[in-house]
Design a protein around this ligand. Sequence first.
Ligand code: F6R
Length: 611
Amino acid sequence: MCGIVGYIGEQQAAPVLLDGLAKLEYRGYDSAGIAVYNGHEIEMVKSVGRLKVLSELTHDGTTLVGKSGIGHTRWATHGSPSNDNAHPHYNKDGSIVVVHNGIIENYMKIRKMLQNKGYEFNSDTDTEVVAHLLDYYYTGSPLSTIIKVLQRIEGSYALGIMFKEFPEQVFAVRKDSPLIVGHTKDGNILASDVPAVLKYTRSVYFIENYEIVCLEKDKMTFYNIDEDELEKEPTTIEWDVAAAEKGGYEHYMLKEMYEQPKAVKDTIYPSDSRIVDGRVVIKELSMSDEDIKNIKKIYIVACGSAYHAGVTGKYVIEGLTRIPVEVDLASEFRYRSPIYEDNSIVIIISQSGETADSLAALRDAREHGVRVLGIVNVVGSSIAREADSVMYTWAGPEIAVATTKAYSAQLIALYLLGMNFAQVRNTITEDKMSSLIKDLAKLPDQIEMLLASKEKVQRFANRYIAAQNVFFIGRGIDYAISLEASLKLKEISYIHSEAYAAGELKHGTISLIEEGTLVSAVLTQEHLYKKTISNMVEVRSRGAFVLAVTTEGNTEVEKAADYVIYIPQTNEYFTNSLAIIPLQLFGYYVAVGKGCDVDKPRNLAKSVTVE
Ligand code: F6R
């Protein structure tokens, strides 16, 4: 969603702002703008569309001269993408300017109040009320003015603020939207997310709710809402700059698919390996054996692909431990007054660690005294910080909007968790555990092998760029794989696709099958082969073209399929990690074939910080 940046220092601000915004492009946006103090006033340039337009308008930032500024990429929520609605927003004489990520929920009420007092609005946005409120409450002290405004606004926000009267200072504050700051070699920088600052620093401060930071050329000062100064410790970001760059690949998504063997390996064997002497050890769980033995129920809560990983997690954890697992979409869970059973735990899965609904679900669970474990990729993100314990997926920065490597790493975290719980609860034999550990260790090479046969998938995908509808079917874990395969295809290629539990098709959906409709069947669970083959026969006899993704050796499937992709043998619980690879490639190549903007699909944002 929206991205904010700010800079003050020895360099010209505009190029730094444009560069930072470019690193936040992946979050999704439809307009952008920057504001720079030019020695006399705060000068602003905004544009609809890609950042390229803003760069052209400002000659790569050179026409905006000044050493302090703020910038923004906007993903429209209130009001269409337009110059007026683009940020920065400003008060009546342009002496106070604001960029904002999040939503001011009570903006209508404030807008009316301000209009009654004679304030005129130039945009349809919720953000503009902040600029006018800052004007309305202005005391001559930026800090006390900002604090007054915080007491009026509700919702989520990360704000970057400049006052013309205080050109040597840039302010920022947040509530429920991410915000980081860091020292550069010649100044200070603020941003919504790590990639924007990586080029300048690896040492960042995560701003907490209601903390205010004042950036000056040579120092940063943190305050709480009572104007007390705060001491904060920086966090070192281990990612290197190259990890967040495209590195010669045509798209981030392709690069990230190719990083999956490493993401999987790093999640199994981080510096503090999770496999030690034939056992699964997850130190960061901070749960005693007694705690684990007492678990009566697990709730897995997440959104999108992370939810799909959770669906697989349910099958794996229930299968290995016999602990009942409920999987929920965070946007539903948070409003359904979930009935938390005694001795239950909640697992929140999130790549960004900032997804608004997942964060709200986490808070609900904690308010009810339920232990929360976060499975999170972005170190230091809100979910990582607010969960009782966090198990990181070591996938590194994921830039493409459509997740691939973070999803693969989430699967591994869930397998490890299931294995660890099974070991503690004695629901697994030693032989079975060592065979699982062996199969887990093989996954990175097996994924690599599947990636190596990408041309075959590409040739097949090229036949489907004109498809109107695609169906993905499977049973059990194969259904979970289908959910993710379907999302991958539709979100980047804009082809309508649906995932169905294979046995459910005939209860309505089969009426959509016509001559030539592509149905992709996933068959990796041996005990379900025959059942899914019957469903393939049903759709094929109604004209469907059937693609099967199945395990080597299951040649029986060939009689019911038109095209077969084989994946290597692995344990039945781990098949998702392999079967998803050709299906990710399929979605990717269909989208590339159609000429879609694969890394930044329309209407989508990488980090969904509004509900
Ligand atoms: C799809 C995708 C999304 C995310 C979802 C949750 O490719 O990436 O469906 O999985 O928005 O995001 P996180 O994991 O950041 O909570």
